[in-house]
Structures are given as C-alpha cells and as structure tokens.
Design a protein. Structure first.
Length: 295
C-alpha cells in the first residue's frame, strides 16, 4: 500500500486566551513573542520542518495580525533593503515564505474540536496534523517530524503525550494504552479520559498539543455534542474514533512549554533566551547576579 504523506497542518488559533489576560484582551495569544518570535511561528516552522507544505490557521475576530505576520510587509522590506539591513530583510522574507498559508474563521470560540472541524473543507479526505500554537516544543528532531515517522509505520491517528506528575494531570486528556513492542515510546490507546481527577487518571500520559488525525475524525466531530463548558471537545471525538480505528499515543522526545499559561511562557522565554548565541551569555550572567535569586 502506498504511504500517505502528511501535507497539511491545522493551527487552531481562535481561542480567547483568557489565561493570559490582560495581554490577550486585544493581542492574540498566538502572537505573544517568546524572546523575539511569536509563539505561532515556532509551530509553523516545526510543521514545515516536518515536511508539511500547507498551513491552515483557524482564526477569529481580533486575530488578523496573524495573517499580517505571515504576509509580505512591502514597506518594511523596502526600508530594510534601502538601509542595507540584509539579515533583517532575509528574516522578514523567511516568514512570508513559510509554506502556503490558508485561513478559515471560527465565528465563535466553541472549543478546540469545533476549531478543527472548521478546517474540514481545506483538509479534505487525507490525514493531517494539528498543532496547538501555545505548546512550544524544543526538540532535536521537531516533534511533528518524530510523529510523522511513527505515522509512516502505523498509518493511524497519533496523539503526542508527556508524563505529567501530581494534580496537574487533571488539566489534560489522559490516555491508557499498551506499549508497542517495536517502539516503547508508542502506545496503542485503549482508553482516553478528558481532565480526570488525579485519583481517576488511568496513567500519567497526558495529551499535549500535537496530533496526527485521520480524516474520519471530522465525521465524529460533526456528531459529538457540546461537552464541558459548552465546548466541542476534540478528545470526545477521538474517543468515538477509537471505536472504529486504532489510535496511538507517542511519548515525544523533547521539552514542551505551555506558553498559553503565564508561568509556562516565562519558562520558555528564559530557557530559549539562554540558548541564544546573541543573548545567552549576557542574559545568563545578568540572571546569576540578580539579588532576588539569592534570597
Ligand atoms: P486553549 O484552551 O489553550 O486556548 O486552546 P484558549 O481557550 O484560547 O485559552 P484560555 O484557556 O482561555 O487561556 C488551545 C488552542 O486552541 C485554540 C486556541 O486559540 C489555542 O491556540 N482554540 C481554542 C480555538 O481555536 N478555538 C476555540 O474555540 C478554543
């Protein structure tokens, strides 16, 4: 059987970002910069590095700056060119050349599942990736690329997971599964629960913001009733999909930051800045000298 290629990556970016108020009152959370790059750009670069060439961003009201960001900025480019700022010019051009980007609106923030459903016509009848832009992942091999490697083997839906200790598990979808003999990072999912109490969590394997889904998910998203908080939950539809198709969990290699959360965002900012050639050294010595750290 010919292997199917994952060409399309869907970025749900229509949420209200309430955990990051007041910054997100007028600025999309997806445009908050970790160091100097909007968090959604990390995800788009990851998808391109994984071989996806079609980026589908689900936006909503107040999110048009995301479209401007991935578009050509004629004035900026002209000015950088005339001033001979070639590095900045190529940086600006790199952003507008990042694959083909299509946009679709989610008129009301009715949940992640609903946002993914909005992309149905643009995705069509092929397996696709979903990238939650607020999950910024630092990995030697891009997380989505690792997952596509697994997909090439199993040709089924895959959910990226990480081990979450303690009560924090109740903020996630949690999978219960059987490790595959061939690759212990891959679990065949048997059961999936959304935001369980710590005592009821079937494992510590929490679903994070990277998915590869078969197109059949749309059939179940259409049928899934609104769940917790009046939102259409993606995990509810995946649970229905699981009754008809195999679904796998994948413990990705790398470190994930929840940049949609203030503490996660701060951690990402500090760690990414420390790794930068142009900033890292000076930033490290400044941090080390902070009196507040000596208390
Ligand atoms: P989150 O739950 O992290 O985003 O959803 P949120 O709802 O914007 O944030 P909080 O919890 O209020 O702070 C993960 C991703 O799914 C998108 C968000 O934009 C985010 O990138 N999303 C969420 C949608 O596109 N539509 C929705 O209805 C909900």
């Amino acid at each position: 059987m010919a292997k199917i290629k994952i060409r399309k990556a869907v970025f749900p970016a229509a949420g209200l970002g309430t955990r990051f108020l007041p910054a997100t009152k007028a600025i999309p959370k997806e445009m908050l910069p970790v160091v100097d790059k909007p968090i959604i750009q990390y995800g788009v670069e990851e998808a391109i590095a994984a071989g996806c060439d079609q980026i589908i961003i689900v936006t909503g009201r107040g999110k048009t700056v995301i479209e401007d960001h991935f578009d050509i900025s004629v004035e900026l480019e002209k000015q950088l060119e005339s001033r001979g700022k070639t590095d900045l010019l190529s940086m600006a051009r790199h952003i507008s050349n990042l694959g083909r980007v299509a946009y679709i609106r989610q008129k009301e923030a009715m949940g992640l599942g609903h946002a993914v459903l909005m992309a149905r016509d643009l995705v069509g009848d092929e397996p696709f990736a979903v990238v939650l832009p607020d999950d910024v992942i630092d990995a030697k091999t891009p997380c989505l690329k690792q997952m596509i490697g697994v997909f090439n083997d199993v040709q089924s839906s895959i959910l990226a997971t990480q081990v979450v200790e303690g009560p924090a598990i109740s903020s996630y979808g949690v999978i219960d599964g059987k490790p595959c003999a061939k690759n212990p990072r891959v679990l065949e999912v048997k059961h999936l629960v959304e935001k369980p109490k710590q005592a009821d969590a079937p494992s510590k394997n929490a679903i994070i913001g990277r998915y590869i889904l078969t197109p059949r998910i749309f059939e179940f998203l259409e049928k899934t009733p609104l769940g917790a908080g009046g939102e259409l939950q993606l995990t509810d539809a995946i649970r229905s999909l699981l009754k008809h198709e195999k679904v796998y969990g994948y413990k990705f290699e790398g470190k994930r930051y929840d940049a949609g959360d203030k503490l996660g965002f701060l951690k990402a900012t500090v760690e990414f800045a420390l790794k930068r050639d142009d900033l890292g050294e000076e930033f490290r010595s400044w941090l080390q000298g902070l009196p507040a750290l000596k208390r």
